[in-house]
Design a protein around this ligand. Sequence first.
Ligand SMILES: [Mn+2]
Length: 391
Amino acid sequence: MKILHTSDWHLGRIFNQQSLLDDQAYILQEIIQQAVNHQVSAVIVAGDIYDRALPPADAVALLDRTLNTLIGEHNIPVIMISGNHDGAQRLGFGSSLLKHSGLHLFTSFDQLLEPVILSEAEGSDLVIWGIPYCDPEHVNQYYKVKTTDHQSAQEHVTQLLHEHIARHYPHSATHVVISHSFIAGASVSDSERSLSIGGAECVSADLFKDFHYTALGHLHQAQHRSYSHVRYSGSPLKYSFSEVNHNKGVSIVSFHADQSCNIEHVPLEPKRNVRIIEGELADLLAQGKKDPNNHDYVQVKLTNKEALLDPMASLREVYPNILDLVKVRNNEGSTNSERSRAQLARSEMDIINDFYHAMNNEHLTDEQRQILQNVLTELNNTDTERSSKRA
Ligand SMILES: [Mn+2]
């Protein structure tokens, strides 16, 4: 039996003021096509269906069309959980009725112990458990416990599942769990919203190792951590410039009779790619005229030293979907962040001198340097912890 695992659709997302709905409609068509081609028994969406708790109406309409095609036309059940971006209650509207037509929504702990069971003529049942997005507060409120971080909250929930499985399910069944969480040590991107402010948001992959497959959502890069069967499918589209090198796609998971599984990452081809291009304005304009993919969403890094008159307008003529423009001083092609790291490595006196020069257009005198040096020495002596960090 096969399932298609995807997550983090973020329908309705705006990327640097550009609505991505058209790109999302395009990529969902590809996901539907992959589900049909691979003859999967279900499609799993591991949270962050929408980009916000109150999604725009056209994002709701897009989800409606997608589900209708998958379930109504192709007879493929869809199993979704809420993510940290979703409004769980709204997303869960009608879930009790909809499960009879093949749409399974896990948005509240009321449904935790009611898995979706997929049966085949031959082979064991595939039992799919959905954990709605949960932070410690939700878990504490619902189960009247006192968990303090994401690890202990998820532990409480997975423990409940394991106990329930041990009591009610024969050993021959294959168990899949869906969770929207941050596995410790996994790679992050700029388009994920932190799960907790200042708190511990990570959970250990060990919590999920005893399920036969864990379909994870939240991190936007396809990856696994610690166990190959505890896996993020990643988002189907690049939602930030930090993701330009990601290979976006879906996971097709095939289950064998011995409860092991095979995982295939199937890449998706977006309508418009997300790219970063760097160079002098004149070169980029010439290159853009010949670029067959000039409709991609691009971030332009300009290396010109001289001031330019409205480079955005001229770039937009060749790259109509330019979303961002940054200027980099071409110190052997170094980027802003590389430069700021180099700046941080300089001495305090040099940094102060730079600032003084920028403000007054002259350098510090020897006398001023001496006074500043005395102040800096005094500061370093009174704060031993700070000075040891600098060393
Ligand atoms: Mn997400």
